[in-house]
Design a protein around this ligand. Structure first.
Ligand code: PGA
Length: 253
């Protein structure tokens, strides 16, 4: 079985309402077949973007969630609320949430379990920081973050999981992992997934690359055997660039 490529556009805290809708419409109009595509707008624009994507093959994603279904958590947004807005996929463990906003492996695990248990897709982000890479600890960090987030999950939940390998030093910096280094990291992550969930599940789970993915480097990266798509930040804000990356991914379908 081949894995259908998955590409996510992570808009982070960018766009405004009209700009976000226009971006979603432009991406939906040009998106190729053969690549599963999700857009992750800021919370306030979920509903208008959902409307823009209605009737298209694209799915709506959320950048974060709280793990409890409801409660006294001022400022937080629950998974049932997101689902009601049309969200089908949620990001967990993004490096900005881990390293800028202070999320621990435990927080990421709670969110990941809650998203998958609720029946939504989860794009779990993992990846090493520059000093960890320099110390030769890339595989160790990825394995730790993966195990922490996924241990104890029901077997069926893995169907809805996508793992995003995003080396922290590559995110938003223009420094991209070489296709060889990224492929090595992905192959290792697939091996660890096999230990956690079994070889068959490891074979069918998408592992996508993130970190300065652009039209000029996407083809090389996405052609590697264990790289099944991408999570795109900066380039997802420009429809022409994002569509070029989608086409590169679809070529590897
Ligand atoms: P970038 O962001 O493409 O701007 O490096 C990727 C991400 O944060 O998912």
């Amino acid at each position: 079985m081949t894995r259908t490529p998955f590409v996510g556009g992570n808009w982070k805290m960018h766009t405004d309402r009209a700009g976000g809708v226009a971006l979603a419409l432009a991406v939906a109009a040009g998106a190729p077949d053969g690549c599963e595509t999700s857009l992750f707008p800021p919370f306030p624009y979920l509903l208008p973007v959902a409307e823009a994507l209605a009737g298209t093959a694209l799915t709506l994603g959320a950048q974060d969630c709280h793990h409890e279904p409801e409660g006294a958590f001022t400022g937080e947004v629950s998974i049932p609320m997101l689902a009601e807005c049309g969200v089908g996929a949620v990001l967990t463990g993004h490096s900005e949430r881990r390293h800028v906003l202070g999320e621990t492996d435990e927080t990421v695990a709670r969110k990941t379990h809650a998203v998958l248990k609720a029946g939504l897709a989860c794009v779990l982000c993992i990846g090493e920081r520059l000093e960890e890479r320099r110390e030769g600890r890339t595989d160790e960090v990825n394995a730790r973050q993966l195990r922490a987030a996924l241990e104890g999950l029901d077997a069926g939940a893995f169907e809805r999981l996508v793992v995003a390998y995003e080396p922290v030093w590559a995110i938003g910096t223009g420094n991209v992992a070489t296709p060889e280094d990224a492929q090595d990291a992905h192959a290792h992550i697939r091996g660890v997934l096999g230990e956690i969930a079994g070889a068959e599940r490891a074979r069918t789970t998408r592992i996508i690359y993130g970190g300065s993915l652009k039209p000029d480097n996407a083809r090389d990266l996405l052609a590697r055997p264990d790289i099944d798509g991408g999570l795109v930040g900066g380039a997802s804000l420009d429809p022409a660039q994002f569509l070029e990356i989608l086409r590169a991914a679809a070529e590897n379908a």
